[in-house]
Design a protein around this ligand. Structure first.
Ligand SMILES: Cc1cc2nc3c(=O)[nH]c(=O)nc-3n(C[C@H](O)[C@H](O)[C@H](O)COP(=O)(O)O)c2cc1C
Length: 296
């Protein structure tokens, strides 16, 4: 399927982009107007863009149905300050409730049942229940258009952060399993960060990976290794050599059992390497694949 965005209606454009660009973190923005009326609304057009200076951006969009703009935008134009409360699983239903289009002056803290906590450097209050709160100064508002659906980038400098002790490890690091961040998917769907759906991808910081184009042909064109497997193998700084001290019973058994059938031996060794890679055992997988190269 291919589409030129110019040929789509605003509703269709919004549908596809919001379902494709996922998951999006959620900024639960607390703002205040000149009269002191507080507003609290969630925005998933949100991310971190710089750490020095510390800049985050969220975007209240012109409503697609009637091209009106949002109270949050009006507030940051009047009082250029915001507290960005980060959303975790235990508060997501209340956060969704706060997104109702309540009339101006209605306090979403009360409607959604959140507790106000005074901020230290800005006027809008923080959401006590949030596990991370960023007190921000709005440094610029960039209007992206005047048609329905147009965003307004609220560019915020983070002044200070409040982190709940309950999400910290003993070493004062953030434990994602304790935080349980929530992100927005398309439509009514959300996802939760949990140990079951989190995994590590090793990234060499100083040394360059050899690259998939440098892998031996038999590995690169293997029917049993996926793109993820090749990515792991090609992340080594230099192609490994056979390590004579490498001992592996299963490897030995495969080589012995299939000694008269090189094609099956290669298949079994590649399948075994794939299994090792799935377990993050890159060094071991390389030794199995080098044995395959050597024996087949
Ligand atoms: C999880 C979630 C994320 C949302 N993200 C956005 C967004 O990025 N931009 C936007 O304009 N509206 C977004 N909305 C809708 C606004 O929260 C909603 O329009 C809200 O009522 C605006 O309130 P306000 O007029 O009081 O500022 C989102 C709603 C939810 C539930």
């Amino acid at each position: 399927m291919f589409f030129d965005l110019k040929e789509l209606s605003t509703v269709e454009r919004q549908y596809y982009l919001q379902h494709i660009i996922v998951p999006r973190p959620i900024c639960f923005a607390s703002t205040i107007d000149k009269e002191g009326n507080v507003n609290l609304s969630p925005f998933s057009f949100f991310n971190l863009f710089s750490s020095n200076p510390p800049i985050v951006i969220f975007s209240p969009v012109r409503r697609v149905r009637d091209n009106t703009t949002k109270h949050t935008l009006h507030n940051v134009m009047e009082v250029p300050e915001v507290v960005i409360n980060i959303v975790s699983f235990d508060m997501v239903q209340q956060v969704s409730l706060a997104s109702c289009d309540y009339p101006k002056g209605v306090d979403e803290f009360l409607k959604a049942g959140f507790t106000k906590q005074p901020a230290t450097m800005v006027k809008p209050p923080m959401v006590k229940e949030s596990k991370a709160k960023l007190e921000c100064k709005v440094v610029e508002i960039k209007e992206l258009g005047t048609e329905a659906g147009a965003g307004n980038l609220v560019i915020c400098e983070v002044l200070c952060v409040h982190l709940d002790e309950s999400v910290l490890t003993a070493g004062k690091k953030i434990d994602p399993a304790k935080f349980q961040h929530v992100a927005r998917l398309g439509g009514d769907w959300y996802c939760k960060v949990s140990p079951e759906n989190s995994f590590k991808v090793e990234k060499p910081n100083t040394k360059l990976g050899v690259g998939i184009d440098a892998l031996p042909m038999s590995i690169r064109h293997s029917h049993f290794l996926t793109g993820n497997h090749l990515g792991q193998l090609a992340n080594v700084f230099e192609l490994p050599f056979i390590d004579p001290s490498f001992e592996d019973e299963h490897l030995k058994n495969i080589v012995q059992y299939y000694s008269l059938n090189p094609e099956d031996m290669e298949k079994e060794l590649h399948l075994y390497a794939a299994r090792l890679l799935n377990e993050g055992k890159v060094k071991e997988a390389w030794q199995v694949l080098l044995a395959a190269e050597n024996n087949v």
